[in-house]
Structure formats: C-alpha cells, structure tokens
Design a protein around this ligand. Structure first.
Ligand code: M6R
Length: 612
C-alpha cells in the first residue's frame, strides 16, 4: 500500500530513487513522484499520474532533477482519486515541509478542520497533505526542531504511517517517522537509504536497521540517528540481509508471478528443512516444545486473503491429525466481535508481509487478552514477526507479484509441519505414521515440480476459455480450501467473476446460476469424498455446465464426467492442497496474460494492505 524511498548521499538522487521505486511498484502504481534538492537549493517536486514510467519520462529518467538528497513515492490511492494533484510528495502551505507517506491518517478530517481555523488551505484530497501541514504548523507554533514538530504530529495523528520528510531549512537531512507501516533503513559509506521494503535498497547495501513503531530517525550522508517518541536519542542494532538481490529480479521470466510459481518447490523445501531434518520435526526454536504442545487446548488462526485460505486448509489438517479444535477467522472481523479466547489457547497469525493491518490488529487483540501467539511470517523483521511471542518464518524469499503464490505454499508447508508434530506429540499418530508423514512432506517439493509440468495444457485451456463470464470452483473438505485460493487467484489477476463453493452447498442456491457453458472447476482429490464430489459435478453437468476436473492420478473415472481433466501427483490426502493450487495459479496466470493484463500488478490491489 504505497512505496516510499529516500536517498541521502554523494550521487544524483533522482535516478537512484526511480530505481528504488521500480522495486516497490508492486505496492501501488496509480501515481508516483519525487522531491529532490541540490545542497541548500530549493526542494524540487515532480509528480505524475499513472505508472512509474510516466514519471521517469517526465524527468528524463531522473536526469532533469539535480540533487543528492531526495524522497520518492509510488501510490496506491486511499484518500482521493489517482491524479497528479493527489500524487506524493506533498508540500506544506509555505513550502517548508515536503513529505511522502505510506499508511492512512484516520483523523485527518479533524486535523484538517483545525488547520483551516489557522488559515491553512489544501490543494489535494489526501490525508498526507494534512500531515505535512500539521508538521509545519507545529514547527511554527512551538518554534520546534524537525524532530520536535514530528513528535507532536505523531502524538496528534491517529492511524498508520511511514513518513519521509524534507525540511526546507535542513539541507542534507531526511527525517523519518513510523507507526504500523513498514520501513527499513540502510547505511553505507557516505550514503543512507530508507524504503518500504528491502529490494529497493538491496543493490546499495545489505546492512539495515528496522525502525520500530513510534520511533523517528534522521538520515545524514552515511549516518542515521534514531529517536524515541520522547525525543531522546536511542541506539539500534544493525542487521545484515542474507538473501540475494537476484531473488527479487525476474530472472528471465516474463512476470514475477510466473517466476514465483516456479520457485514453489524451493520455497516449500526450504521451509520444511528449517524445522525438519528428514527424521524429526523440531519446533523448539519457535518455543513449541513437547510440554507446550501438550498444553494447547484450542487453536485460533487469523489471517487475510490467501493467508486466510491457508488457515482454512490448516483447520482441516490440524484438527484431523492432532484432534486439537481449530477455528479460523478473517482478521478483519476478529477484533470487532469481541472474540473469546480461552486458557491454553494458541493464536496463530499467518501473513506473508507481516504488515497486514487487520492481521496485526488481531495479533494485538490476542496479546491484549494474554494469549500465546505464533506468527507464520515471510518477511523478516516485519511488525507481526516482531510482535508475536514466537515466529515460524516461511523461507519463500522476497515475493514481488501482488498475487501470492510461493509464500502461500510455504505457509501451507509450515502448517503441515505443525499438524504432524502436534499429532505425534499428543499421541494421535505412532512413530511409524509420524515417519510416514515426514517422508510424504519431504516428497512434496518434487511433486509440485511435477504438477507444474502440465503448464502447456493449462495455457491452451486459458486461450480457449478465457472469455467465460463466470467461473465456479467446487470441492469438499480440503478441496474446498483449495477452491477458495484457486478462485481468489483467478479473480484478482484476470478480473473474471469467480466463486468458490463447498460442493455440497451449490444446490442450496448457487446452482441456479449454472447454464449452458458455465465454467465449473471441480476439485476432487480426497479418496473418501471422491464419489460425493463427483455427484455434485454431475449435477452441474446435467445443467449444461462445462466441467474441469482436478484429481490425483489414479482417479481416471473422472473422465467419464468432465470435459477437461487436470491430474496431480498422488499424496496423502491431508496435503493435496499444496499440489492442486499451483495448477490453479497457472490457470489464473494464463487467463490474465491471455486478456492482455499484467498479472504482477492487478488493478486496485497492493501487495501488503497496511490500512484497515
Ligand atoms: O501479507 P499477507 O499475507 O498478510 O497478505 C494477506 C492478503 O492481503 C494477501 O494474501 C492477498 O489476499 C493477496 N492478494 C492474495 O494473492
């Protein structure tokens, strides 16, 4: 949800900022802007509506903006339509403060009214312009330093923000403030950087600081000073990023999404190996020793979007294997319904970014109620990773495409590991079964590769059926969890209307939408449910639906019913989601590309949703 970048060094800032923004464009792409200054000169601001390339053209790839200190922004609109006027950076009324912002200011109307009473006027519809003017107002009113004015603004503002601010009277300095929106700071010889995400600065430095909530910083050339909300200077530890910058490049693929689909075997294998040596699953590093595991009375899983779908699959797998009751909740609903969390409850928050506002709020609610929390998180050092009692890191590496693929699969592997370990420690499976499940988990990466081999057939299918108006996904049990994710993938990147239904539920209403040619994808990988799902597919077929069947090798009788079959390798029925979803990801990808869309940057979406 918006990307910000800052550079303060010896080189020309604008090209570096544009390059950084390119790596952050997945966070928002409806407008972009730069503010650069040359020594003590004026702060020059350029903004453009549309993709980053429009800004690059407008500034001659950054060459027309002179200066070695600057800030940049790529926007995902919250307040105000996508337009040049609403694009960042925003300037205060007297042009003394210029800032870029990622986040949302909830009480901006109230602050706007206050500023209007002091003769402030506004040119945009954004909450950011309000923040910029509030900072200027406090500087004047209390004759404050930049840190002092920012602190006052932070205490007045409700909401979330990562702010990078230039002050007209402070050349060679960039000020930063953070609450609930991600920001990373990098320092190297004579240069300093800040960004919403590591790929934007990784080319320049791997040595980074994580700025915490309600903290501030001042970037000088090659240095950074941190402050707490009381304005006191604080020390922070520097961390080294270990993953490769190349991991965040397309590496020959046309889109990040395709690259990430094909990185799934590795993401899943790395995640498994982080807790399993092939013989044992060891969760001690995440403080789930045997005593802890035995004491769990109930599990609540909270997450959003695809991570929620992992939760739905996890509910089936953990309950069935370990017999621990599991409930799964949408994070956006969780905290507003006064959830009841019991004694010996474990709350698991699943999030790729670790910054999703609703998931973070759910985590905080669980902590407020004194319940033990576990984050399953991909981004190291993210808010959820830092605030959860324990973290199970998925090792998917940086995920750039807005639609999640490899992080989703790595999350699935993480919950499978929990389920198998919980089942064994609680005596629900014996040593032999435990070993059998571990062997099956170890075989999954190879089997994902196998299921991806069907890509040409899926490409052909997408070309032939890409113009369908609606798509329905039906399945039972674990296959229903698969359908939820397959359907989301389809709608978010191809803009086709799609819905996922528990197969047995279709006849309670939705089947009235099925007519001649309606595309219905039936997922049937569970041996014990195979016949039942097939009957539901036959119901669809007899109403004229065009049927795609997805099942495991061996279930060849499906071909008597369906028009097009996708086979996945055989595995234990608890783990089939991990083999089925990659085919559905490919289907969504090809439908999108076939329509001439860019699957990496679907309209209206951003990679991490840091607003409620
Ligand atoms: O970063 P998170 O895992 O917390 O993100 C949750 C959802 O926003 C995310 O999964 C979203 O649904 C994706 N667009 C799915 O592809």
């Amino acid at each position: 949800m918006c990307g910000i970048v800052a550079y303060n060094g010896q080189k020309q800032a604008a090209p570096i900022l544009l390059e950084g923004l390119e790596k952050l464009e997945y966070r928002g792409y409806d407008s972009a802007g730069l503010a650069v200054r040359d020594g003590e000169g004026d702060i020059e601001v350029v903004r453009a509506k549309g993709r980053l390339k429009v800004l690059a053209e407008k500034t001659n790839e950054g060459k027309s903006l002179k200066g070695d200190c600057g800030i940049g922004h790529t926007r995902w609109a919250t307040h105000g339509e996508p337009s040049e006027n609403n694009a960042h950076p925003h300037e205060s009324l007297h042009a003394e403060v210029v800032a870029v912002h990622n986040g949302i200011i909830e009480n901006y109307q109230e602050i706007r009214s206050k500023l209007e009473r002091h003769q402030y006027t506004f040119y945009s519809q954004t909450d950011t312009e309000i923040a910029v003017n509030l900072i200027e107002y406090y500087r004047h009113k209390y004759d404050e330093t930049p840190i002092g004015a920012l602190r006052r603004a932070m205490m007045r503002i409700r909401g979330s923000y990562a702010l990078a601010v230039l002050f007209k009277d402070r050349p060679g300095e960039i000020y930063l403030a953070r609450k609930d929106s991600p920001m990373i700071i990098g320092v190297t010889e004579g240069e300093s950087f800040a960004a919403s995400d590591a790929p934007a600065i990784l080319k320049h430095t791997r040595h980074v600081y994580y700025i915490d909530n309600m903290e501030l910083a001042c970037l000088s050339k090659g240095g950074v000073t941190f402050y707490n909300i009381d304005g006191e200077q604080i020390e922070k530890e520097i961390t080294e990023i270990t993953w490769d910058a190349e991991a965040a490049e397309k590496g020959g693929y046309e889109h990040f999404m395709m690259k990430e689909i094909f990185e799934q075997p590795k993401a899943v294998e790395d995640t498994l190996h982080s807790v399993c040596d092939g013989q044992e699953i060891d969760l001690k590093d995440i403080h789930l020793d045997e005593e802890e595991i035995r004491s769990i009375a109930h599990i609540t899983i909270v997450a959003c979007g695809s991570a929620y779908h992992v939760g739905v699959a996890a509910q089936y797998v953990i309950e069935d294997l370990s017999r621990i009751p599991v409930r799964v909740e949408l994070a956006s609903e969780f905290r507003y319904r006064n959830p009841i969390l019991g004694e010996n409850e474990l709350v698991i928050v699943i999030s790729q970014s670790g910054e999703t506002a609703d998931s973070l709020a759910a985590l905080r609610e669980a902590k407020r109620q004194g319940v033990k929390t576990l984050g399953i998180v991909n981004v190291v050092g993210s808010s959820i990773a830092r605030e959860a009692d324990n973290v199970f890191y998925t090792l998917a590496g940086p995920e750039i495409a807005v639609a999640t693929t490899k992080a989703y699969s790595a999350q699935l592997m993480a919950v499978y590991c929990l389920a198998v370990r919980f089942a064994y420690v609680r005596g629900k499976i014996n040593k032999e079964e435990y070993k059998k499940y571990i062997d099956e988990l170890s075989a999954l990466p190879e089997k994902i590769s196998k299921s991806l081999e069907d890509k040409e057939r899926l490409q052909w299918f997408a070309a032939k059926f890409g113009n369908n108006r609606d798509i329905f996904y039906i399945g039972r049990g674990m296959d229903y969890a698969t359908c939820l994710e397959g359907s989301l993938k389809m709608k978010e990147i191809s803009y086709l209307h799609s819905e996922a239904y528990a197969a047995g539920e279709l006849k309670h209403g939705t089947i009235s939408l099925v007519e001649k040619g309606t595309l219905v994808i039936g997922v049937s990988t569970q041996n014990e449910l195979y016949e039942k799902t097939l009957s539901n597919m036959i119901e669809v077929k007899s109403r004229g639906g065009y049927l795609v069947g997805i099942t495991s090798y061996g279930h060849y009788s499906i071909e008597d019913t369906v028009d097009f079959t996708i086979y996945i390798p055989r595995t234990d029925s608890h783990f089939t989601t991990l083999l089925t979803v990659p085919s559905l990801q490919l289907l969504g990808y090809y439908m999108s590309v076939n329509k001439g869309l860019n699957p990496d940057k679907p309209r209206n979406l951003a990679k991490s949703v840091t607003v409620e």
